[in-house]
Design a protein around this ligand. Structure first.
Ligand SMILES: [Zn+2]
Ligand SMILES: [Zn+2]
Length: 383
């Protein structure tokens, strides 16, 4: 099977025999060197053009060929992934957008965003040769929108087609699926796209999902073991969440996320804590010190992360020993800023923010913390 859209490409282009004459399309061959062969006597035409006559395509084509090459890279998927999501798959945008042609809120379906990335109006953007590009692409006929070439045999053809729509060549889809464990049933498209966008290690996704007791790529294998469709959907959702949310901690300690999941903490809390470098063991220490559930401790810790604090687990546990009756929910960022102002402190780093927030917790109020701080507790600042 010839490669789709391989050079040289034969298309057509409207051409005028003389200024003002009606344009009629004739064949144009675009070679591997990105030069167009038109069948004109180019030497003669150039002389005519220099003398102010002539309006043939050979003066227009060189200007539109770079644009045609840009379109061709998209159409052949040389550019790779052309869609991105900033909201974890709720909407999809074209990587080089948004242009005036792109919908403000993006596309619900990444495949539609991918199709838009290849549209002439998007590729041409504000380029004044948009009309000429449209002629060249239209002249290709059905070849201009090639279906996905077959992918590796183990990969679901539907996934290959979906990846192709988003700009991924079948080999790229095959490599991603192999990284995810190589099972015959494809993972959801979203997992692949999220992993590409965030550079997530799909092997890590696979192992973490398996450790959590579900396998996103093995729904049919699971069926035999009595798994339900609900299990498969849960596994797919877990895989997507992992693909969207890798953290530096996961890179450093690949089993950390699995240990977090095993605590039963809310995913939003796990994500916030993991992003801040906290491990499940930190939540466990807080849970132990405060007599809380581990998910409850994770929620407390996530709140501290949310206000910009990074307390050591021991610092939160010490608050109980200092006589605090309830688990230490952090003060608001505004309260910390107020205390910093009272103490004439400049801008606070993370450590400073944490120290002031802990002081407010310990003393109960901003003023109480300010008084205590003023009485020579400055040592805490460098703690
Ligand atoms: Zn011509
Ligand atoms: Zn657009």
């Amino acid at each position: 099977m010839p490669a789709p859209l391989a050079l040289p490409l034969t298309t057509t282009f409207p051409c005028r025999a003389a200024p003002g004459a009606r344009a009629t399309p004739h064949p144009v061959v675009v070679g591997a060197d990105w030069r167009a062969v038109t069948g004109h006597d180019e030497e003669l035409e150039r002389i005519a053009a220099a003398l102010g006559g002539g309006a043939s395509c050979i003066t227009e084509l060189p200007a539109v060929l770079p644009l045609f090459a840009r379109w061709w890279r998209r159409a052949t998927r040389v550019d790779g992934l052309v869609v991105r999501s900033q909201d974890r798959g709720r909407s999809w945008h074209v990587v080089d957008g948004p242009g005036p042609c792109c919908p403000t809120h993006g596309f619900r379906d990444p495949r539609l965003a991918g199709a838009h990335a290849r549209e002439v109006r998007h590729v041409a953007g504000a380029d004044r040769h948009r009309r000429e590009l449209r002629h060249l692409v239209a002249g290709l006929g059905a070849v201009a929108d090639p279906p996905a070439p077959p992918g590796p045999a183990v990969v679901d053809p539907g996934l290959v087609a979906d990846g192709w729509a988003c700009g991924l060549a079948p080999d790229a889809v095959g490599a991603l699926v192999a990284a995810l464990g190589g099972a015959g049933v494809g993972p959801p498209l979203e997992v692949l796209l999220a992993a590409m966008q965030h550079g997530t290690d799909l092997g890590w996704v696979h192992r973490t999902v398996q450790a959590a007791g579900a396998d996103p790529a093995g729904a049919t294998e699971g069926d035999a073991a009595g798994a339900t469709e609900g299990d498969a959907a849960a596994a797919a959702a877990l895989a997507a969440w992992l693909a969207w949310t890798p953290t530096p901690l996961d890179a450093e300690d690949p089993a950390a996320r699995g240990r977090w999941l095993a605590t039963g903490a809310r995913r939003a809390d796990i994500e916030a804590c993991s992003q801040a470098g906290y491990r499940a063991e930190d939540a466990m220490a807080i849970a132990h010190g405060w007599g809380l559930s581990v998910p409850g401790a994770a929620q407390v810790l996530a709140r501290w992360v949310g206000m910009g604090g990074r307390p050591e687990p021991g610092e939160l546990v010490a608050l109980r020993e200092a006589g605090l009756a309830f688990a230490p929910t952090p003060p608001s960022a505004q309260a910390v800023a107020r205390l910093a102002a009272l103490l004439h402190l400049g801008s606070l780093d993370q450590r400073g923010t944490t120290a002031l927030a802990l002081a407010i917790c310990r003393e109960g109020t901003v003023l109480g913390a300010a008084r205590r701080w003023g009485k020579g507790a400055h040592g805490r600042r460098s703690a």
